[in-house]
Design a protein around this ligand. Structure first.
Ligand SMILES: Nc1nc2c(ncn2[C@@H]2O[C@H](COP(=O)(O)OP(=O)(O)O)[C@@H](O)[C@H]2O)c(=O)[nH]1
Ligand SMILES: [Mg+2]
Length: 318
């Protein structure tokens, strides 16, 4: 059983050594632990510091700065190429204590799950503001709803993947984060998920990803909407079609009701032509929205087939 720990980094020369020193030397049930550092075009000596550290098996250097999502993906690819059975992702700022790695991978070792999130105990984190905690919990609630399984900390970067789950990973919706998309993507492939409680080390520096709470909320909302749109296009278009269709039906029905009860039965001129015009217009929009939904669903299905091809191809390389 080989465990690969991957650490995506951007300008982390200062804190990376403490994160590396914190990683466990041995874990029960694991024969080999290899550490990969992904340097995302850092302007400092991150790559040199990583190369000089005895725990680091491989340094992946992106040719230029591409963002956390690209670095994460490059790490997963490198870990699979190193024949990892389990991949753990952790942060370079030593936010997640290495001593939790054994409990993080336990559900995978026991074959109870293929993907495990290390869930921070929000109420115990003193350096998160009240509102950050509220929005963090609300966001995790929305993601849990979309994924259909309970994920108490959707933005945690402390995660473990079995090899089978890691093969499905890709990030296409965002440049700066992989956290939400991997959850939605893996749940769409019915990967078994679990979470284990963890505590975090006090912050070494301020977060580079979060920004202000308002920024965080706006970005997360945009990310979640993009994910729904990418991963369940039919659902989005059906709701849009319903939005136009219901008033369309009501207005057309109104016209027909008066037309039948007044004009047909009692020969009185009806009026209500505006209802007919607007109603039919809305029904036409609704119909074409539905057609667009079906088309985008076909494209979505096609992408799933392509993903399967990629996986077949990567299995060939094993
Ligand atoms: N590759 C890459 N990693 C980044 C980037 N920004 C942050 N990171 C890494 O992502 C991890 C978390 O970053 P951090 O600023 O602590 O964000 P936090 O999740 O809010 O704590 C660290 O390992 C950083 O080095 C980036 O632009 N590119
Ligand atoms: Mg951090």
């Amino acid at each position: 059983m080989k465990l690969v720990v991957q650490i995506p980094c951007y300008n982390e020369e200062e804190f990376l050594p403490s994160a590396l020193n914190d990683l466990p030397e041995r874990i029960e049930g694991v024969d080999e632990i290899a550490v990969i550092v992904i340097d995302d075009g850092s302007a400092d000596r991150t790559a040199e510091v990583a190369k000089a550290h005895r725990r680091v098996a491989k340094v992946v250097r992106l040719p230029y700065h591409q963002g956390l999502a690209a670095a994460f993906r490059a790490g997963v690819e490198a870990a699979l190429a190193l024949k990892a059975d389990i991949i753990v992702n952790t942060d370079a700022d030593n936010q997640y204590p290495g001593r939790f790695i054994p409990s993080l991978i336990k559900p995978i070792l026991e074959n109870r799950a293929d993907f495990v999130v290390g869930a921070r105990q929000m109420d115990e984190i003193k350096h998160f503001s009240y509102w950050k905690k509220v929005f963090q919990k609300a966001g995790s609630g929305v993601i849990s709803f979309i994924c259909g399984s309970e994920i108490p900390d959707a933005t945690s970067g402390f995660r473990a993947f079995s090899r089978g789950a890691a093969l499905w990973i890709d990030v296409i919706a965002s440049n700066y984060t992989y956290t939400l998309e991997t959850l939605v993507r893996l749940s769409s492939h019915k990967v078994r998920m679990a979470h284990v409680p963890i505590s975090v080390n006090p912050p070494t520096r301020s977060s580079r990803l979060m920004g202000t709470t308002v920024e965080y909320v706006l970005r997360s909302t945009r990310d979640i909407l993009t994910l729904i749109y990418i991963y369940s296009p039919l659902r989005v278009f059906i709701w849009l079609a319903v939005l136009f269709g219901i008033p369309g039906l009501v207005l057309t029905g109104r016209f027909l009701y008066y037309y039948v009860t007044l004009t047909v039965l009692r020969n009185i001129p009806t009026g209500f032509e505006q209802s007919l015009t607007v109603g039919v217009g809305l029904l036409i929009i609704s119909f074409f929205t539905l057609l667009m939904g079906i088309t985008s669903n076909l494209i979505h299905t096609n992408r799933k087939l392509l993903e399967r091809l990629v996986i077949l191809h990567s299995k060939d390389r094993e």
